[in-house]
Design a protein around this ligand. Sequence first.
Ligand code: BG6
Length: 481
Amino acid sequence: QECGSLSIIVLGASGDLAKKKTFPALFNLYRQGFLPPSEVHIFGYARSKMTDDDLRDRIRGHLIPRNVTAEISEDVLNFLHLIKYVSGSYDTEDGFHLLDDEISKYECQKNSQEHSKRLFYLALPPSVYPSVCRMIKLCCMNKSDLGWTRIVVEKPFGRDLESAEQLSAQIGELFDESQIYRIDHYLGKELVQNLLVMRFANRLFLPLWNRDNIANVQIVFREDFGTQGRGGYFDQYGIIRDIIQNHLLQVLCLVAMEKPVSIKPEHIRDEKVKVLQAVNLIKDEEVVLGQYEGYKDDPTVPEDSNTPTFATMVLRIHNERWEGVPFILKAGKALNSRKAEIRVQFKDVPGDIFKCNKQGRNEFVIRLQPSEALYMKLTVKQPGLEMSTIQSELDLSYGQRYQGVVIPEAYERLILDTIKGDQQHFVRRDELKAAWEIFTPLLHRIDKGEFKPISYKPGTRGPAEADELLAKAGYVQTHGY
Ligand code: BG6
C-alpha cells in the first residue's frame, strides 16, 4: 500500500452543487471511515471572499441528517475542521498558485509530497472548465510521479456534438483520459449498478434478452416538481439534454450492451460505445415533446421559450440482438409522480391456450427510485377452485429484503471510485461523442423552433400523445402492480 496524502479540492465550493451534493457525499464517506483525517484534507475554492469558517457555515446545514445524535454532531465538527477555503478567480494564476501553496503546505506537514494525490472536483459551470483545467495544469499538479492528479467534471458536457467535442479537445490537450472522470450520477445508483450483474450473472436472462423474446423496453424518469429556481439553467438545456441524453441513455447502454470481455472498466465502456454507435437517428414521428403550463411564469424563462420539459421518444438499435425492438425513453418534469424505472416487456406467449395474453404480458421492472425494487410480472393460476389465470408478481423490494442495509448516495459511491481510480462508472470521451451524435440533429431542430412542445397540465401524465406513441410502438398496458 502506498502511503501519502489525499487532497480533495472542490472548485465552485460556494455553489449549489457543492453544498447539496459534493460536501454531503464527502461527509458520508468521512463518517464511514473512507477519508481518514490523518491522510485527507479538503479544500474549497471559489471566487467569493470568505473565511474557512464562512464556508463551513454554508455547508454545515446540509451535513446534518434528520435524527441528529451527539455522535453525528461531533462528526460534523471534525469533518468541517478538515476543510480549508481559498479564494481566487477561475482564469488567472494567482489564486491557483495560492491554492497550490496551501495544498503543498499540507503535504509537507504530512511529509508526503512524493505521494501527493490531488483530486479536483469541478462543481462549476462547463464554460469555465477549459480555463480551470489550464490553471490546474499550470499551477497545481502533484509534485512527483508517485502521486496523481485527477479531474472530476459534471454534466452538461456541451450542448451538442460540436460543443462537446470542442470541450473534450480542450480538456484532452491538458489531461489524459485516465485522469478525467465525467460524472453521470445515474451510474452511481444501486440498481443501475446492478444491471450488469442481473443480466450477466443469471442464466435465466441470458437466452431471453433479445429481439426474439422482448417486445419493447421503456426507460422512464418522472418528477412531480417543475424547474423551481432552476428555470434559467434549465431553459438553456431542456429535458433531453438534462436527463435523456445522459442519464437515460447511460441506462439504455447497460440494458442493451453485449456482454463485456470482463468487468474491467475499459471492457465495459467498449461495449457501451458499440451499442450507442448502433442507435439509428431518431425519427420525428417517434418523438413527442411537452412543456408544462406555467413553466414560462418563471421570470428567468423567456416568454416565447420552446424548451421541452417533457419528452418521449423511440430509439432503435440496429444490431443483431435488438433490430425491431423499440427502446422508449421518457422523461418529464411536473408530472403526477416521482419515479425512475426500466420496464422490459416480453412478447405474447405463442399458442396461448389460457387466453391469458389478454391480461397482459410478462414484464420485468427495475425500479431505480424511489423504493428500489426488481419485480417480474407473471401469469399464475388464480388461487382457488377455478381454473383461471391472473397477473401477479415475483417481487424483490429492497426495503423489505435488505432491511437495515443503507444504500449509498450515488455521489458518495462515485467520489469513492475517483479516489480509487476506478473509471467503470464514468463516461468516456468516445461514449460522450456517440451519445451526442444520436440527439444533436433533433436538438438543433428544437433549438430552431421547428419542433414545438405540446402544452400539458402540471400534475398529469404529460401529453396524451406520448401514450399514443407508446401504444404505437407496441407497448401493451398491463394491470396489477
Ligand atoms: C439532474 C438534473 O442531473 O438529475 C435534474 O439536472 C434532475 O434536473 C436530477 O432533477 C434528478 O436526479 P435524481 O437522482 O433525483 O433522479
